[in-house]
Design a protein around this ligand. Sequence first.
Ligand code: P6P
Length: 347
Amino acid sequence: MNFNNKMTTLEEFIIQRQLDFPFASGELSNLLRDIGFAAKVVHREVNKAGLVDILGNFGAMNVQGEEVKKLDVYANEHFIASLRAGRECCGVASEENDDFIAFTDANSRNSHYVVLMDPLDGSSNIDVNVSIGTIFSIYRRRSKQGDLARSEDFLQRGTEQVAAGYVIYGSSTMLVYTTGKGVNGFTLDPSIGEFCLSNTNIRTPELGKVYSVNQGYYSKFPEGIRRFIDFCVEDDDATKRPWSMRYIGSMVADIHRNLIKGGMFMYPPTTDAPNGKLRLLYECNPIAFIVEQAGGMATDGYRRILDIEPTELHQRSPVYLGSRNQVEKASEFLQTYEARAKVGVKA
Ligand code: P6P
């Protein structure tokens, strides 16, 4: 068997980097390990979902006679189970649950962290074999150690995150995370069941030539965003436009491509959804942390995503993030046309 001794597994990397962050008591390392374990379990199910789904068409049972669960419910249950069993966090908030879950066993109550997550974002794409993802965010708890987790543990600004990451279940399964000391990517090697370091210190290009938005909502966007989209598709050699529009409809897949190759992703407000669609705490904040750590920018059009003071667990936020040059341009258009509208200047 060919063991490439230069291969670094996720666990080895976390331990090597353990000295990078304060309170290096191994708890955060174990927490990241628990997340990595659940991601391997979800990977296994995502990879056969198409098969199970076909079998599931003949009723709600699969070949093992088990109930065919919706994959996002399955993912949610397994991430929560792994975090509960790992006892390295006192609670978890999930896109799938109305309220947060406070773990009651003594070890969990004595831990220092909470996790927020979208266990399987974009799961509606699984039926058409499009990449989907898990997004997670880790904070130090604010409530007293030993007590049950409280809402103030979860309602923290993005700047307070101690770690954040995503798993992309695509042509390969990758886990990408940061603890505030850069961004690193690990590719799952199913033959050994390990995430192996594959992308060291990911940096996103300053200027990308891709923009990602659901252009179908063009008429519902603010004036400034409509003008920015017109700018993206203008023919201008000097600024290397028109940019290409790439939109998968699965945030993690769009973000991952833009992070590696450059580009910007936006989910602006619309007349139907004045705060956009994406959730601040477990979609925008963790991705914003990663994008900033990779040298990019993440705003709601007016301020850093990470500076937003949250008030509700599932609150939404408009989001523009990715290559700095492009995100700045989008914010500039948005604010310029808003100022014009305020003084009644016709476009
Ligand atoms: P729309 C998937 O449902 C999701 O939450 C993100 O992964 C994705 O970027 C967005 O919604 C797509 O939303 O309105 O463009 O279909």
